[in-house]
Design a protein around this ligand. Sequence first.
Ligand SMILES: Cc1cc2nc3c(=O)[nH]c(=O)nc-3n(C[C@H](O)[C@H](O)[C@H](O)COP(=O)(O)O)c2cc1C
Length: 328
Amino acid sequence: MDAVLRSGNHDPKAFRAALGSFATGVTVITARSGDGTPVGLTANSFNSVSLDPPMVLWSLAKSSRSLPVFMDTEHWAVHVLAAEQQALSDVFARAGEDKFAGLHVVSAESSGVPLLQSCAARFECRTSFRYEGGDHVIIVGEVIAFERSARSPLVFHAGRYARATEHDRSLPQTRSARVAGGLNDDMLGYLLGRAHYQSHAGLRELVRAEGLSEAEWIVIAALTVQDGVTAASLDAALSYVLDASCEPLLYTLLAQGWVAIAGSAGGPPLYRLSDSGRTRSVLLLAAAKSRESDLLARMGGDDGLLLKALLRKFITSTNPGLADLWPA
Ligand SMILES: Cc1cc2nc3c(=O)[nH]c(=O)nc-3n(C[C@H](O)[C@H](O)[C@H](O)COP(=O)(O)O)c2cc1C
């Protein structure tokens, strides 16, 4: 571990970076000034203090514009933001804006403190103590009321927003091949291949019941995105999932009534889904989406969302320049 802070040798940037190793939640803390104006700021210095009596604390920069309000008022509310509330965090972290514009705000019954909605948790507090804390004021408050929802919290770590996911110790250990250097089940190819197989099992049955091969279904699914395309442009868009050319598949689908010719504009034929093909494919995709939700729910919490976010990141950061199926 690198020691970067010694007394008399203060590097604020390094100190801030080291503090960033401590992952926190993100809160928005609100209050109302004497003239009724709502104020609020994003804060991750929030923490618990005492269970009985219930007390919490946070620290407020002395440079903050809302300092006079929090030094004056006794009442404030801490909103623990949910994973989807990054934008709200950004709004309340910026100075010089009407931070409450467009928000659904309710005033707390007794104190009038502005309360925001759809958070992971909310604590209505009354100031118990204020302490000097260098360039911050430490505010300790007693919790008068609180609410909690099942929403996953927004996380802040190393200067960035993150998501919380359970550290699941019950997962099986990585298994290796019996021969040194052989396959182990921690390899990305194995994981992606097996996950794809398992995530597709339900849909595969439905596709077969429609009398379609998997390759034909891929072409149909692509035609729900692109309408009026040549076989060559489908080949380019599907190069990473289909080994063979789409043309023979399109002929079969044409004969079966899934696909129709949209025209040719003087060039090669342009293919689209027929009306009945579109209806049937929409039904299949709806069934696929519903099965997908069931499978992702089995992972628990927000892990399904996290899995998708990480896959999207992997696809974007390793894209060798593949043609995109979705038009820009
Ligand atoms: C994730 C995050 C955490 C923050 N935590 C704090 C904090 O704990 N205390 C603080 O005073 N400012 C904190 N800030 C900065 C304030 O939100 C920011 O300075 C805000 O503009 C202050 O608003 P005000 O000047 O209207 O009071 C944080 C900002 C972010 C993005």
